[in-house]
Design a binder for this molecule. Structure first.
Ligand code: NAD
Length: 462
């Protein structure tokens, strides 16, 4: 086999230059890692929750100690602006803190009937060795949603970071080991989809996936005969509706831009389409474009104040170009950007398309880049109908002065998360779950702890 086949090339998307080549896993190494994890899991589940918490607390501290180097690595391999890399690590620590504070309570045995001839209780046991196939856009955040509660509840984890964030995946593994998680309890595999496939062949006790709808659906079908838990955190086409009663159009526009373009628009819950009430449409669009042109410039992601960094995957530049072309051919108005930036590396200009409609791909297909469509609506009823016109169901947002009016809209939308006067936000206290093509199951909150255990019901006589 050639070096190309046996190694994974890591490229800096801001320069197009190779960072390094890593040896890829193969069927044999994946099998060896799995077998080691089987042994390790049995020992790990025999340790106390207090011991497991102390390891994860050390990891929590190490993330902070090492944050500068970790953020530099993340920015170098996936093009995220440096400040956003630091924010992501800090955000991941917030989630870990939630798990540190809540896991013990949700693992306690629960008595249903304490007295009488037959007593009844529930205890919770780990699933075993689970697979975590992960995405590149927020490797820390989507990673800790899975492997932290999985480890705390006594599982072993076979972790496949995305091929676009592998150095980060390996850095996470190093810190977990330093924190005291045994090497036969957490193992990273290196490679792309073909290496992910190898995990699907193993008799793992659960599959936890973050990524695109297409891959998620494929994985769910492939592992279905195993009858083990499968959780999917998939894509979205998240709508924002701006009502005509908002107090401050400029502020609303600035918040909407941030929701659309943070992380170069490569967020599962990014604002992907905007509907604006016709009474304020022109004013809102004007403020939106002004905000983009004044505050969201492209620059090298490693610089401290960069807002728009590089697109992580070169192939995606062509996808974005096609979405813009399709919208313009169907009558959209281009108000900013519109093309790949004329510079080295994989950069796409922050792009604003107004006067869009639902014949255009930019309003229907996940964009996952710094491109947004804005559409005029005549009233709340039309906004509801358009917000619902999607195969996805991750989040939906409404900006309005009236909570009542906003909630009347949001209760009609079939999504896992709704926002009033905010957007593009995840909290560890609340379940993170997609509906329809956006996913299956929930991470975070107490549900994201219980997702990694199975109940055992006890009927006790005597
Ligand atoms: P992707 O589906 O291309 O890849 C995800 C992972 O699956 C990668 O590790 C990849 O190597 C692996 N993979 C690919 N083919 C495989 C196969 N045949 N068998 C096993 N594994 C395989 O997605 P991506 O580009 O990494 O991530 C972007 C997508 O993820 C977007 O759609 C985004 O919305 C979604 N996402 C969702 C959430 C959420 O919480 N809902 C969070 C982040 C990203």
């Amino acid at each position: 086999m050639s070096v190309r086949e046996t190694t994974l090339k890591i490229v800096n998307p801001a320069t197009g230059i190779k960072i390094t080549r890593l040896p890829k896993d193969n069927a044999e190494t994946v099998q060896q890692k799995y077998e080691a994890l089987q042994v390790g899991q049995k020992q790990w589940t025999g340790t106390t929750v207090t011991h497991r918490l102390s390891c994860i607390e050390k990891f929590f501290k190490l993330l902070d100690v090492e944050r500068v180097e970790l953020a530099e690595t993340l920015t170098a391999e996936m093009g995220k602006p440096y400040q956003e890399s630091l924010n992501e690590i800090q955000g991941a620590r917030g989630r870990i803190n939630f798990f540190l504070n809540n896991t013990t309570d949700w693992l306690k045995e629960e008595w249903m009937i304490r007295e009488g001839a037959t007593r009844e209780k529930v205890t919770f046991e780990p699933l075993g060795v689970i697979g975590n196939i992960s995405a590149w856009n927020y490797p820390y955040l989507v990673g800790v949603n899975v492997f932290i509660p999985a480890l705390l509840t006594g599982n072993a984890v076979l972790y496949k970071p995305s091929e676009y964030s592998t150095l980060t995946g390996l850095a996470i593994q190093k810190l977990l080991f330093e924190a005291g998680v045994p090497e036969n309890v957490f193992q990273t595999v290196v490679g792309g989809g073909e290496v992910g496939e190898l995990l699907l062949e193993l008799p793992l006790n659960g599959y936890f996936f973050t990524g695109s709808h297409a891959t998620g659906q494929y994985i769910a079908q492939k592992v279905a005969p195993k009858l083990v838990p499968v959780q999917l955190e998939l894509g979205g086409k998240d709508p924002l509706y701006v009502m005509d009663d908002i107090a401050d159009i400029r502020q609303a526009a600035a918040n909407a831009v941030e929701g659309a373009f943070y992380n170069n628009g490569q967020s599962c819950c990014a604002v992907e389409r905007i509907y604006v009430h016709h009474n304020i449409y022109e004013l809102f669009v004007e403020e939106f474009v002004k905000e983009v042109k004044e505050n969201w410039q492209i620059d090298l992601p490693a610089k401290p104040h960069t807002k728009i960094g590089a697109i992580s995957r070169k192939v995606h530049l062509e996808y974005l170009t096609k979405q813009v072309k399709d919208a313009l051919e169907k009558g959209a108005t281009l108000l900013a950007g519109g093309q790949q930036a004329q510079r080295k590396g994989y950069f796409f200009e922050p792009t604003v398309l107004a006067d869009t409609d639902h014949t255009m791909k930019v309003m229907m297909d996940e964009t996952f880049g710094p491109v947004i469509g804005i559409q005029r609506v005549k009233d709340d009823a039309e906004a509801i109908q358009l917000m619902q016109d999607t195969s996805y169901g991750l989040t939906a947002a409404v900006f309005s002065q009236s909570q009542e009016r906003a909630e009347a809209v949001l209760e009609q939308i079939n999504v896992g998360t709704v926002y009033w006067n905010c957007c593009d936000r995840v909290s560890p206290n609340l379940p993170w779950s997609g509906r329809k093509h956006s996913g299956l199951g929930a991470t975070l909150s107490y549900m994201g702890i219980r997702a990694f255990v199975q109940p055992k019901s006890h009927h006790l006589r005597g």
